[in-house]
Design a protein around this ligand. Structure first.
Ligand code: CA
Length: 224
């Protein structure tokens, strides 16, 4: 994990680099706000930004403001001075978390990991039985065979797969695929379901009808 630390206190910065490095993180340290801003503008590869507020050049708040103005979503952990209540309040604007100095390094490591987890890439492969959906490539397969799905069939199947082995109502399915805009009747959902059923017939999974409520995608007993 690549972490960018912006801290002007050289002793603290060195200590942080050593501790985080010892936890397997790749650490880059910058000692002032303007330098950090320039680096981030060039698209620094950091996955998490640890940012002191009191910095020479521009301060931590300004670094955050410029980052978010560029629509960067990089998770930010602010480091604030002890008892700086106002800082704590302002830290909540644009930053994801903050730590008050002095802090335990174990706490810092835990917070950084939590931020990286929360902001990391979502798993792009959904699978059940022989059925796999690669949500990044928008490709569905049964075994090695690629199956063709319309946009709505895809959305229905993706939703069922995300909720595999749980009952979902027709209305939940409609809500999940409504980004296309126009009205969708409960009957339309039945049509999509029956088309999807045909296309995944040999995948070792079934879309069970739960009468009066909705559907459940589950693995067939003989494939479990
Ligand atoms: Ca400082």
């Amino acid at each position: 994990m690549h972490v960018l630390v912006v801290e002007d206190d050289a002793v603290l910065a060195d200590g942080l680099a050593r501790v985080l490095g010892g936890h397997g993180m790749l650490v880059e340290v910058v000692g002032n706000g303007s330098q950090a801003d320039a680096l981030l503008q060039r698209g620094a590869a950091a996955e998490v930004l640890v940012l002191d507020i009191g910095l020479p050049g521009i301060d931590g708040f300004e670094v955050v403001r410029r980052l978010r103005a560029r629509a960067s979503a990089i998770p930010i952990l602010l480091l604030t001075a002890r008892d700086a209540i106002e800082d704590r309040v302002r830290a909540e604007l644009g930053a994801d978390d903050y730590l008050v100095k002095p802090f335990a390094t174990a706490e810092l490591v835990a917070r950084i990991r939590a931020l990286a987890r929360r902001h990391g890439p979502k798993p792009s492969l959904l699978a059940l039985g022989a059925l796999t959906l690669d949500t990044a490539a928008k490709r569905a397969r049964v075994g090695e065979r690629v199956i063709e799905l319309s946009a709505r069939e895809w959305a229905v199947l993706e939703y069922l797969l995300q909720h595999a082995a749980r009952v979902v109502s027709k209305q939940q399915i409609i809500d999940a695929i409504l980004p296309w805009g126009d009205d969708l009747t409960l009957n339309a959902v039945e049509v999509y379901i029956s088309r999807v059923r045909l296309k995944i017939a040999d995948a070792g999974v079934s879309i069970r009808t739960i009468r009066g409520f909705g559907y459940m995608l589950e693995q067939n007993a003989d494939h479990a």
